[in-house]
Write a protein that binds this ligand. Sequence first.
Ligand code: UGA
Length: 437
Amino acid sequence: MKNICVIGVGYVGLVTAAAFADLGNRVIAVDISEEKIEGLRRGVMPIYEPGLAEMVQRNVRAGRLSFSTAYTEGLKDAEFVFICVGTPEGVDGEADLQYVRMAAETIAQLMDHPLIIINKSTVPVGTGDWVADIIRQNQIKPIDFAVVSCPEFLREGSAIHDFMSPDRTVLGSENRAAADAVAQLHLPLRAPIMVTDLRTAEMIKYASNAFLATKISFINEIANICESLGADVQEVARGMGFDKRIGSQFLNAGVGYGGSCFPKDVKALAYMAQVRGKHPQLLHAVMEINDFQRRVAVVKMRDLVGGDLQGCTIGLLGLAFKPGTDDMREAPSLTIAELLREAGATVRGYDPVAMDNVARTHPWIVLAENAYDLVTGCDGVIVVTEWNEFKQLDMERVRKLMTRPNLVDGRNIYDPVHMREMGFNYRAIGRGYNGEG
Ligand code: UGA
């Protein structure tokens, strides 16, 4: 049992706190937001993540997990402090480190015994050294500390699983003993642990996300080429995926990647390269293709309705940036909705969990109660997020409820032949000529 303090109860912090408590440690999670901490004490989760509420409640009841707005309480007996605060996108795509700075300054001012400070937030390469400088400069009196980078590789929607069964744990530090102590915390996870220097660990995170984003843009580019050659990208991806060097994951063509990580991290990596005089051409192409891909769905719908979206009612099936989350950050649905609106269409939307978030920020998207309500009276429907419940819809009913049976399957979840047999004007992404395959 170790005493751990987690700073920040956003997505990464809350999962980290709950999971380390579940592994038998005593964890105090600290956040400056009274509202979030009050909510957590009452069992209200600030985010939707399958299994998280149960895990939090179980560990609170067992006395291993508690929440506080006071750093002093969190730091009191802590041996390890995890910095898990947000690093939003700043100007020019550079990551905004104000919350990391605030956390580091506060830790430095309040620490009264040696600490191992672990950075889990995704931060520009070199931030670990910068955090160490901030701690040194803000300490009231010199006390031993070490900074370790331990990047997170959690996917939203399966974060608990990813935490408990990681492919690897990456630790970076100039202090080997500190890195080994953090490695001990991760031993119960039984995954390979790699110890390296701070900057390399920070770079591993960016390189991993950039590579995954590249895989997605690659298959989206192939999808667009497939359309002009009459090939089916689903089969192409399957055929490629059998090759172990390529792998079958992250080769689903669609309306592009979104979320709080890939868009921000690819941009931040490109920025880091550029300010050092490099030309990250591949990263720029990855971003450009992703941007283009969101437009593809709108162009397909425009063609289906006869060339002009003015006055049309278009329904978006799925709004979250991917299934299993209510996160709307950089969601392709928002770009698609904006483009449709600019073209004069009325935009309707339905999502199993993300609608509260959409209502707050995009009140002009007309929200429906369920998928059938959404499609009723639509001139066209675009599948934007591949929620399982959309795969099981009664498509005969869907077609009858629509004013015109125009369907753009932005995530390739339906069988093109079947959809056309049912009478849909159906377009997919990269499946035969112009997505007509
Ligand atoms: C991603 C990484 O997968 C995590 O390893 C990483 O820790 C996390 O970012 C982060 O940096 O915090 P996440 O953003 O939750 O996790 O989502 P992913 O499942 O990776 O999906 C990202 C986007 O790519 C989604 O919009 C998804 O729809 C899209 N995607 C994914 C595709 O378009 N095609 C695919 O084949 C796979």
